[in-house]
Design a protein around this ligand. Structure first.
Ligand code: NAD
Length: 480
């Protein structure tokens, strides 16, 4: 595959004098391509070009409805190329083809959704005094930086880029060093269709070009998805320049299964919530809180399902793909080796050698029953196919345990009793609560974001445009 160049100021950047980083296919641990190791100078060039583009006549000439039409065209382009994009996403991340296909469809939906909003974001008229016409005008916030992780590259890029372009901003995307392919594909489209500098794609290490961008005085807004420590450092850089951040930092989300739950619905959803994308999902249902009276039955069903899951590369039509890279793979195996003597590994948790893909990073999906909810593996985000289980007695203990982590992204509640469901949902500290479902098919329309250390702000939904606008109040004194 050809090397991936950065898109800066309308030019494809990267030559023999640059340093290059290998991109690895996690299904086989083989090199697929190389990206440019972006540096301070690249960061500065991108920001200067973005500032020019923001002021340019060409971009300002796009009327809001034309931005909307363009975003709809982008959605069509994504759908027309869905097969190729899904293949790139699978190659980069190792995720099963069906999952990659649904990620590509979600990306198209983001462009449609925010395309539809482009000409529907407007200000107010405020009654102050008879001779004062007071209005608010909505303006783009300016140069927006989108730092994207490796787990859902096309979805996460599309969700914030679509909202930012819809509201007239310019964007710089820093893709993950592990997964640049789908963003590069989109970059080619934007390069052809938009004035130079409106969409730019930079590559390289987070600590280098990523940090150079987050601390750059020319950046006006940052949307970051990734780990808590990196999110904190991004926020500190942003604070130096008084720049707003939207942070989506992951979770340790509980599925709470009450004794009256419909297990036929609950069990498959619980399995999917932790094995989807090999557990490398910020909203993974990685903690199972189960009523003591049904715990044995639930665990038996889950173990049966886990044993039936096929682990392997996309070409094997597997259910569970590889872990993204060697570092994450070793980290997860280390956590599994260190669960403590009182915890019980009920199934899985082993390194798997797949025929023909012996160097891929495969781990069999694991269920661990914890003796202590304070154990590190129950509290910390593992970001792998590992389900931690705790039994509870009564609704109050279920709620207490559900809230007893630093995170608060998503929760699932399983019960046929609407009062119990509602009572629990009202007390859960998380940005999203699902009752008798989990994930609800993604839903670009639903606000998504965290309480506590799961983040700041909301992505998705009509609310996300708020991240990308500024409000100007204009008061006009009228001579009556
Ligand atoms: P990370 O937070 O280090 O990286 C995410 C993105 O931030 C990447 O594009 C990276 O290049 C960039 N980055 C890294 N350091 C940066 C810095 N100092 N300044 C600016 N940008 C920087 O995540 P990771 O190392 O790829 O994964 C490690 C852990 O992160 C995982 O185990 C998981 O817990 C978490 N994670 C969460 C999500 C999520 O969806 N919330 C996604 C991926 C990873």
């Amino acid at each position: 595959m050809e090397n991936i160049h950065m898109l800066i100021d309308g030019q494809w950047v990267g030559n023999k004098d640059d340093q290059w980083i290998n991109v690895i296919n996690p299904a086989s641990n083989e090199k697929t391509t190389q990206i440019v190791r972006g540096n301070l100078q690249h960061a500065d060039l991108a920001v200067q070009a973005a500032k020019q583009a923001l002021k340019s006549k060409e971009w300002r000439a796009f009327k809001p409805f034309e931005r909307g039409q363009f975003l709809h065209e982008t959605a069509r382009y994504i759908r027309d190329n869905a097969e190729e994009l899904a293949a790139l996403e699978s190659l980069d991340t190792g995720k099963p083809s069906a999952q990659a296909t649904s990620d590509v469809e979600a990306a198209a939906r983001y462009f449609e959704f925010y395309g539809g909003m482009a000409d529907k974001v407007f200000g107010d008229t405020i009654p102050v005094e008879a001779d004062l016409l007071n209005v608010t005008v909505i303006e783009p916030i300016g140069v927006t930086l989108h730092i994207v992780p490796w787990n859902y590259p096309i979805q996460i890029t599309s969700r914030s880029v679509a909202a930012a372009l819809a509201t007239g901003n310019v964007v710089i995307v820093k893709s993950s060093e592990d997964t640049p392919l789908s963003t590069n594909f989109l970059a080619k489209w934007f390069h052809e269709k938009l004035p130079k500098g409106v969409f730019q794609h930079v590559t390289g290490y987070g600590a280098e070009i990523g940090a150079a961008l987050t601390s750059h005085t020319g950046i006006n807004q940052i949307t970051f998805t990734g780990s808590v420590p990196t999110g904190i450092s991004v926020m500190k850089s942003a604070a130096d320049n008084v720049v707003p951040v939207t942070l989506e930092l992951g979770g340790k989300s509980p599925n709470i299964v009450f004794e009256d739950a419909d297990l036929e619905r609950a069990i498959p959803a619980i399995v999917n919530s932790i094995v989807q994308n090999a557990g490398q999902t910020c909203s993974a249902g990685s903690r199972l809180l189960v009523a003591e009276s049904i715990a044995d039955e639930v665990l038996e069903s889950l173990m049966k399902k886990f044993c039936q899951l096929k682990v392997g590369p996309p070409v094997h039509q597997a259910d569970v793909g590889p872990i993204i890279n060697g570092k994450q793979y070793e980290r997860i195996l280390g956590i599994l080796a260190d669960i403590g003597k009182d915890a019980k590994l009920l199934t899985g948790g082993q390194a798997v050698k797949v025929d023909g893909f012996e160097n891929g990073f495969y781990i069999s999906p694991a269920i661990i029953e914890a003796a202590d909810h304070d154990s590190a593996f129950v509290q910390e985000e593992i970001f792998g196919p590992v389900l931690s289980v705790i039994r509870f007695k009564g609704i109050e203990q279920a709620i207490e345990l559900a809230n007893a982590t630093d995170y608060g992204l998503v929760a699932g509640i399983w019960t046929k009793d609407i009062d119990k469901a509602h009572y629990t949902a009202a007390r859960i500290e998380s940005g999203q609560v699902f009752i008798n479902s989990y994930g609800a098919a993604g839903g670009v329309q639903m606000p998504f974001g965290g309480y506590k250390k799961s983040g700041i702000g909301r992505e998705k939904s009509h609310l996300a445009v708020q991240n990308y606008i500024q409000i100007k109040n204009i008061a006009i004194q009228i001579r009556l």
